[in-house]
Design a protein around this ligand. Structure first.
Ligand SMILES: Nc1nc2c(ncn2[C@@H]2O[C@H](COP(=O)(O)OP(=O)(O)OP(=O)(O)O)[C@@H](O)[C@H]2O)c(=O)[nH]1
Ligand SMILES: [Mg+2]
Length: 342
């Protein structure tokens, strides 16, 4: 699972990528890839309790894609997009050196229009094909695609459609771009670092079934270079309560529809990544494939109950540790002890 930093040229994608990964990539037209630990207060608290030899955070992968150089999206840029599971669209909220004003609303509309156009092409080609193969006959796929056609022709991204699980499965192989979850990142100038998303942009983001946040990539890059002891004074000087880095990473994690469960012990406190809705055996398989194959049940306690009880022994005493079987859907924040026959 990876999130792509995408958008028009020179909106600050690589600056943001460097700030969150603390890598130092040049602002050239190359694709950059990096994995980032997902900050998680719950892991910190569990580590404080167990004092394990090792602490491992969940990770999320980011890819930084250069903006398309020509007019509109070229085939190569579209292909690169089809490889990412979620889009972090970086739009420019700062004035360019040549004085060009920020037009984040237009950037969002233009970029989304490219995604819609690409999907429209896919739907039209498939409908053509069905028409040729089956003449006038119309099946459920035809019916479904005609619906999508109307939606896309109206300029609407597929993100805004509600699909049943069956539709979701049926449509998955098309790989529609305007269906990908999207986070719009307004990259603002340092002076605006503490300003939230303007209401107009916020409304447009929502109407497109996306999420949004504002940050200053340059400020985040500066913070990343500072010694932790120097950060509070710097943050205060620009009116920020905290760096936007964590907020952004968590939003991307959420966007990818990921969730974390934990394993705890003296050896290691660790966060594991699953897809929302994954059942217990699948989650166990993240730890080791043997645990999925031989899964019997899992002893489960949610982080909040665990903490409220004051640790494992007390949680057990209070009957907060439940035994769950193969059908159990693991929740974000569950602590698991897997029992398997291996
Ligand atoms: N004033 C200001 N300038 C910024 C900010 N973020 C990026 N820039 C500048 O914008 C220029 C482009 O930044 P990059 O991060 O390389 O942009 P990009 O989106 O990766 O560009 P491509 O990969 O070429 O599409 C650089 O000169 C940055 O210094 C910002 O928050 N404020
Ligand atoms: Mg770049």
């Amino acid at each position: 699972m990876k999130a792509g930093l995408v958008g028009l040229p020179l909106t600050g994608k690589t600056t943001l990528f460097n700030a969150i990964t603390t890598l130092h990539k040049a602002g050239d037209a190359h694709v950059h890839l990096g994995a980032i630990k997902v900050p998680d207060r719950r892991v910190d608290e569990l580590a404080a309790l167990y004092r394990p030899r090792k602490v491992t955070y969940a990770e999320v992968r980011f890819v930084d894609l250069p903006g398309p150089r020509g007019k509109g999206m070229d085939a190569e840029s579209l292909r690169a997009l089809s490889d990412v599971d979620a889009l972090c669209l970086v739009v420019r909220g700062f004035a360019r050196v040549d004085g060009a004003a920020a037009e984040p609303l237009r950037e969002l509309r233009d970029f989304d229009a490219e995604l819609v156009l690409s999907d429209l092409g896919v739907v039209e080609r498939r409908l053509d094909r069905l028409r040729k193969e089956h003449g006038g006959k119309t099946g459920s796929e035809w019916h479904e695609l005609t619906n999508l056609l109307g939606h896309l022709e109206a300029g609407q991204p597929l993100r805004t459609l509600r699909w049943t699980e069956a539709e979701q499965r049926e449509m998955a192989h098309f790989g529609f771009l305007s269906r990908r979850p999207m986070l719009v990142v307004l990259n603002v100038a340092e002076a605006d670092a503490a300003t939230p998303l303007p209401p107009e942009l916020e409304a447009e983001v929502r109407a497109r079934g996306a999420e949004g946040l504002a940050l200053s990539a340059e400020v985040e890059a500066e913070i990343a270079e500072l010694d932790p002891s120097e950060q509070p004074a710097f943050l205060e000087s620009i009116g920020l309560r905290e760096p936007a880095r964590e907020r952004f990473i968590r939003a991307a994690y959420h966007l990818l529809d990921l969730a974390s469960f934990f394993t705890v012990g003296e050896d290691e406190v660790r966060a594991w990544t699953i897809h929302r809705g994954d059942r217990a055996p699948r989650a166990a398989g993240r730890i080791h494939s043997d645990l999925e194959r031989g899964f019997i049940r899992a002893e489960v306690v949610h982080y909040e109950d665990f903490m409220a009880a004051g640790g494992e022994a007390k949680a057990r005493e209070r009957g907060r540790m439940r035994l769950e079987g193969k059908e159990y859907v693991v929740r974000d924040g569950d602590i698991l002890h897997v029992r398997a026959a291996v």
